[in-house]
Structure formats: structure tokens, C-alpha cells
Design a protein around this ligand. Structure first.
Ligand code: ATP
Ligand code: MG
Length: 325
């Protein structure tokens, strides 16, 4: 039986239809990614599943409990790491966990043991007695992960757990999430704007756009629907009609003097293709990613929407400095 089940789950805020009827079946132990642009309804969906946001209609069951009828039982089963940081920065790392342990009624006999285990898991033992306001962004995120898992929830919701972190810290944080999910047999539902990272960590992903799930599958199957490899060729005069009629070409897109061709088995056909095109300036071949799937399905890049939100201050300043040069 699925550990998370939703039927036509819907939320409207006044005139805004944030979530328009979502059906999900997530199995125990899955790492499930909810991907979509700003305002797609990801945080609202997670909010309903955690019983923080009341659904307008539809149904959600978590670990056998109905989110509308048994919110208290549902809360005991779930952990959440919010999109916006919620640590108490005037407390130390350990004190933050102790506070959470009391709020969740973790028995005193195991409280300290579980806290030590979590500090160990996220590599924060040495800094546990420092105030969290002295922590780096990555350390704070790790402490939030530890806190989300402290009461051993059956389901952990992570809303943009790596937003604004540098690539190295993001990679480490995903590693922690993977380790925790495996060790605790936790089901994880996460949202992220980093498509390549979602591709690596998630067993399945749902793409959500304007409050609806528009695709749901394993990352591999989604990528297979792209119809092959992506070859980008820069050339001033490509014979477009001739290229389009080749049996192994599944899609084609031009922009200026660049042509992007989706084709089956590029390694077998690339030489023939190139022999048809005069004055080739450059060629690049790559495997499609979830970002390509996203663009194909929604007509836009998740990064265009995400740019303003996913950039940390450090990145913003670096970008402006670069521009000034
Ligand atoms: N409390 C609220 N009151 C009114 N409108 C809301 C509220 N919460 C969310 N919305 C609206 O619902 C829609 C979905 O918002 P939501 O936060 O779920 O999107 P999201 O997919 O998490 O976006 P992001 O990637 O920016 O975090 C948006 O149009 C948003 O403005
Ligand atoms: Mg959100």
C-alpha cells in the first residue's frame, strides 16, 4: 500500500488556484521529487500533506491517516524542512534539537541518544554547542535536516533543501539525504529547482505546472521520451528540410546560426549528418536531461523562473561584479 495517497487534492486562495486536483501514489522508501517553476504549487502541496495548509477539496492519506480528519496523527508521522530557514539562531545546534525533541514528545530516555546520532549523521558534532547564528548556510541546512528527521518520521518533506547553497555543499547535502533515507527507511518527498540533481537522487519525479501534475515517471523513462541524443551544430547554412527528413532525427530547433537536433544513436549517424552540412563551425553532442524534458513539456526553462529565487547573495554579487568588468 502506498504511504502517501492523494485524490484530486485541491487548494484555492481566493481567486488563485494554487493546486488543481493532484493524484499521487508514493510508495514507502521512495525518494520522490516534485519539480516545477515558481508558483507551480509545490509548497502548497507539501503544506497540505503536512497539515499546515487546509485543502479546499480532495483527499490525502499519509501512513493510513487522513490529512483533514486526523491531522494530529499525520503530524506525528511526518517531518519537514521548510523552504525558508526556521532555526532559532539564538540557540546552539544541540539546543535546537532538544527543543524539537520536547515539542515532538521524544521520550527523555532516548532523547540525548537520538540527538547525538543525528548530529553525527550530519557531521555537526564538533559545532553542536555553538550558536547557530555562527553557522554557515550549509551547516544550518544540515541542522534543519537533522531536526526534520529527529523524531524518526515515516515521511520527510524537504522543500528546496539545497536552495542557495554552493554546488559542493549541495552535493554533500544530497548525500546526507540519501544516507538518511536509506538508514531510517524514510520516504522522502522533495522539491528542487536543480533538475540534474533531482535526476540523480529521485526514484520518481512529478512535474508540476500551474497546479497540475503534467508528467510523472522515473527520471530515466522521462528522459527516454526525448527521443535520443541532443546534437547542437553551429553552421550558417544547414539544409533544414533534408535534415528533418532523416529517419533518425526526431526533433529539430533552430536559433540564429545554431541548430539543435534530437536524434537516435548520435554515435552511429553523426558522421553522415555532418557530411550534409556545409561550413560547420562547432558540434556538441550530449544526453538529454530532466531540464530538456521540462522545457519540452512546459515550453520554458525552470531556471528562467528560478533565477531570482535560487541565487544566493554571494552568487548575485559575483554576477554583478562580473558584469562590471
Ligand atoms: N497563503 C497564501 N495566500 C495566497 N496565495 C498563496 C498563498 N500561498 C501560496 N499562494 C499562491 O499559490 C500559488 C502557488 O504557490 P506555491 O508557494 O505553492 O508555489 P511553489 O511551487 O512552491 O513556488 P516556488 O518555487 O516559488 O517556491 C502561487 O500563485 C502563490 O502566490
Ligand atoms: Mg515553494
Amino acid at each position: 500500500m502506498a504511504i502517501i495517497e492523494t485524490r484530486s487534492l485541491t487548494k484555492t486562495f481566493g481567486k488563485i488556484q494554487a493546486v488543481r486536483g493532484i493524484d499521487l501514489n508514493i510508495e514507502k522508501g521512495e525518494i520522490f521529487g516534485l519539480l516545477g517553476p515558481n508558483g507551480a504549487g509545490k509548497t502548497t502541496t507539501i503544506g497540505m500533506l503536512c497539515t499546515i495548509v487546509r485543502p479546499t477539496s480532495g483527499q490525502g492519506i499519509i501512513a493510513g491517516f487522513d490529512i483533514a480528519r486526523h491531522p494530529t496523527q499525520v503530524r506525528r508521522k511526518v517531518g519537514i524542512v521548510f523552504q525558508d530557514p526556521t532555526l532559532d539562531t539564538i540557540l546552539t545546534g544541540r539546543e535546537n534539537l532538544q527543543l524539537h525533541a520536547r515539542l515532538y514528545g521524544i521520550p527523555a530516555s532516548v532523547r540525548n541518544l537520538w540527538i547525538e546520532e543525528m548530529l553525527e549523521l550530519v557531521d555537526l558534532r564538533e559545532r553542536a554547542d555553538d550558536l547557530t547564528k555562527t553557522y554557515s548556510g550549509g551547516m544550518r541546512r544540515r541542522l534543519e535536516l537533522a531536526r526534520g528527521l529527529l523524531h524518526r518520521p515515516a515521511v520527510l518533506f524537504l522543500d528546496e533543501p539545497t536552495l542557495g547553497l554552493d554546488p559542493q555543499t549541495r552535493a554533500r547535502t544530497w548525500e546526507y539525504i540519501r544516507t538518511m533515507a536509506k538508514r531510517e527507511e524514510t520516504t522522502v518527498v522533495l522539491t528542487t529547482h536543480y533538475m540534474e540533481e533531482a535526476q540523480n537522487i529521485c526514484n520518481r519525479v512529478g512535474i508540476i505546472d500551474a497546479g497540475r501534475i503534467i508528467a510523472l515517471d522515473t527520471p530515466e523513462n522521462m528522459i527516454d521520451t526525448m527521443g535520443g541524443d541532443i546534437v547542437t551544430i553551429q553552421a550558417p547554412k544547414p539544409p533544414l528540410n533534408q535534415i528533418r527528413s532523416l529517419p533518425y532525427v526526431s526533433a529539430m530547433k533552430t536559433s540564429g546560426d545554431t541548430i539543435e537536433i534530437t536524434m537516435k544513436s548520435a554515435h552511429l549517424h553523426l558522421a553522415e549528418l555532418l557530411s550534409m552540412i556545409p561550413e560547420v563551425i562547432s558540434v556538441e553532442t550530449r544526453k538529454p536531461t530532466l531540464s530538456d524534458v521540462f522545457i519540452k513539456l512546459t515550453g520554458h526553462d525552470i531556471r528562467d523562473d528560478a533565477a531570482e529565487n535560487s541565487e544566493s547573495w554571494v552568487e548575485t554579487i559575483a554576477r554583478y561584479r562580473q558584469r562590471g568588468k
